[in-house]
Ligand binder design. Sequence first.
Ligand SMILES: [Fe+2]
Length: 233
Amino acid sequence: MTLTYPIESLKAHPARLSPDYRSTIKRSPQKPLVIMRHTLSELTGPVYGHETVREHDHDLTIQHKGEPLGERIIVHGHVFDEDDRGVPNALVELWQANACGRYIHAVDQHPAPLDPNFTGAGRTQADSQGYYKFVTIKPGAYPWGNHHNAWRPAHIHFSVFGHAFVSRLVTQMYFPGDPLFPFDPIFNSVTDEKARARMISSFDLENTKPEWALCYRFNIVLRGKNATPMETK
Ligand SMILES: [Fe+2]
């Protein structure tokens, strides 16, 4: 088990202050961060109960009586550590808007319909190679009030736990070719183009299921210089 984590990870993540993303102005610290050494319990303590992940939690299209509306998709990929090794048994969780761009959440007042057959949350445990897979619905873009005519590109929120709390990553997965990319301050708070590209899934024709669902591949790197960027706070 890795007992130290590479500092290069920090460079892959967006600045805490990204003024175009207005909420970060009040949220971001005003003083330089103090880097603290990890404690043994942070590095070796249990991160979640594997037994609580149920067999069908990875399929967001079978959580209710009927099927959700929208475009069914497969999202899959590998979770890697800083040395390109798969992270076995990583806990991968996701949450997202429905096909109309609406979340089931009290503060989401976007005038788009909720779908009684779609909750928008799922989780799974990666296999022994760090491979994970979800079946879900392609989320819609939604307005978010950051500035005039602000729309989020379609995205899926991910939370991943590796072997320890300090290997947790919270990020957003995007879809290739989204026309909203140039206008989204959250996506562009990651200023390095190559790092931004690591948040965009790739269309995966090979693993598309004919007559059933398109497929997207989203590999996730938890730490190191090629880390998938953390979601801007
Ligand atoms: Fe979102």
